[in-house]
Write a protein that binds this ligand. Structure first.
Ligand code: FEO
Length: 172
């Protein structure tokens, strides 16, 4: 059975992941509003990934005999100055999430909660990817420019992203 303080911290992480989903969906809506359909598609897939993250934590608490307690999700921003500003925001946000995951790992280690330490390793690896994929778009936007032909090409590329459920989730 999961300990009270670990359960509380993971419940907070469910909220943080749901907020991330909300944030990226808001970014997707912003891109829709400026007719960058490819960018909107990328952000929508990102929002769906965040829901998967939230559900992994949700299922884990239940599996360990704990109690999931959902709380209010903060409203995300709705407006940005440019596509580059959106992706710079995303990159910073993912760095913040990495910090939250690291804090959870530190707590699990200090509590000698080996099951949770082990469970969290998936997220440690996932955050490396999350930061890298956001930064990749930041770098491409800087190269291609935030308007004109370069932006159009990048919009086509980001439109190719397809959301797929992670293998581990499919098997559960
Ligand atoms: Fe749930 Fe983008 O990390």
């Amino acid at each position: 059975m999961i300990k009270e303080n670990m359960q509380k911290a993971i419940n907070q992480q469910i909220n943080a992941e749901m907020y991330s989903a909300y944030l990226y969906l808001s970014m997707s809506a912003y891109f829709e509003s400026i007719n960058l359909k490819g960018f909107a598609n990328w952000m929508k897939a990102q929002a769906q990934e965040e829901m998967v993250h939230a559900m992994k934590f949700y299922d884990y608490i239940n599996e360990r005999g704990g109690r999931v307690l959902l709380t209010a999700i903060e409203a995300p921003p709705t407006q940005w100055d440019s596509s580059l500003a959106v992706f710079e925001y995303t990159y910073k946000h993912e760095q913040k999430v990495t910090g939250l995951i690291n804090d959870l790992v530190n707590l699990a280690i200090s509590e000698a909660d080996h099951a949770t330490t082990n469970f969290l390793q998936w997220f440690v690896a996932e955050q490396v990817e999350e930061e890298a994929s956001a930064d990749e778009v930041v770098q491409k936007l800087k190269l291609a420019g935030d308007r004109g032909g370069g932006l159009f090409m990048l919009d086509q590329e980001l439109g190719q992203r397809v959301f797929t459920l992670p293998t581990a989730t499919k098997q559960e």
